[in-house]
Design a protein around this ligand. Structure first.
Ligand code: HEM
Length: 247
């Protein structure tokens, strides 16, 4: 028996998700939801009859929520190195020897409606978590660049404002977010060309993410009822249902 199976066979889990992982999860949930709603409003601003100023405000709000999202995500990545056993990379990622066998066994158990004894992410959950993490990192990276290209907000806003004004201090002082007044046209066009792939990826990943979040929710709800793993309750209370361990 490998150490992982041994651990599963012997485990009497007292805790599934620690406080840090739960705070991350629900703050992330609120941020992603808010970013999606604001993102949809930005995408459809014209159809909703939103003014230019209104759109700048929507984008600015989106970026402020984005900063919270990025800091929370950054903290979670640090926590994956130093946190509780179930919050670490080796409890989250599918890259270990025997993963494929574990996945097959898990799918067999799921088909037979046999409850499994996973203490944290099941093998399918590991795939989903890795995929969601990649999507979130992509949104964070492209979003931070976009915050600079349209609103001149940190971390790249200063450099981009210098770029579109050719470093002219007078123009720079008058530059307004979302406006093309006081820019040097040729430099501004260059900047727009530079930003194009970022906005395309940001929008495309938004759609993938909406589908992945739905799939994630379906997955955990199925897990809760079919696999009877108690992971939803565990994300709220820290403990799996039917388990009286403490957090
Ligand atoms: C879950 C993460 C995120 C989702 C689902 C999301 C979604 C979206 C969507 C749908 C749009 C509209 C795209 C368009 O107009 O074509 C948008 C625009 C934008 N996002 Fe995000 N976003 C996320 C994270 C972030 C982050 C972390 C930042 C920066 C801190 C950010 C900054 C921006 C900016 C500046 C725009 C406006 C781009 C423009 O049209 O000029 N986003 N986002």
């Amino acid at each position: 028996m490998d150490t992982r199976s041994e651990h599963r066979a012997n485990s009497q889990p007292t805790q599934t998700w620690g406080r840090a992982a739960r705070v991350f999860h629900w703050l992330n949930f609120v941020c992603v939801l808010a970013l999606m709603v604001l993102g949809l409003a930005i995408l459809n601003a014209k159809a909703f009859g939103v003014s230019v100023e209104g759109k700048v405000l929507l984008k600015t709000l989106h970026v402020y929520v984005g900063y919270v999202f990025v800091i929370n995500l950054g903290w979670r990545i640090i926590w994956a190195f130093i946190g509780h056993e179930n919050a670490r990379w080796n409890a989250m990622l599918p890259f270990y020897r025997g993963y494929v066998e574990d996945l097959k066994r898990f799918l067999r158990d799921l088909r037979a409606s046999r409850p499994t004894t996973e203490t944290a992410h099941n093998p399918l959950g590991r795939l989903m978590v890795t995929f969601l993490l990649l999507l979130m990192l992509t949104q964070a990276g492209t979003g931070l660049v976009l915050a600079g290209t349209d609103l001149y907000m940190p971390p790249f806003g200063n450099a981009i404002a210098d770029w579109v004004t050719d470093g002219d201090a007078e123009l720079r002082a008058k530059l307004q977010p979302g406006s093309t007044d006081y820019v040097v046209e040729s430099s501004y066009s260059e900047m727009r060309a530079f930003r194009k792939p970022y906005i395309s990826v940001h929008e495309f990943v938004f759609y993938i993410m909406a589908a992945a979040v739905l799939l994630h929710i379906v997955g955990v709800v199925v897990g809760e009822f079919k696999e009877r793993n108690g992971l939803v309750s565990a994300m709220i209370t820290g403990r799996r249902s039917g388990n009286d361990g403490e957090n």
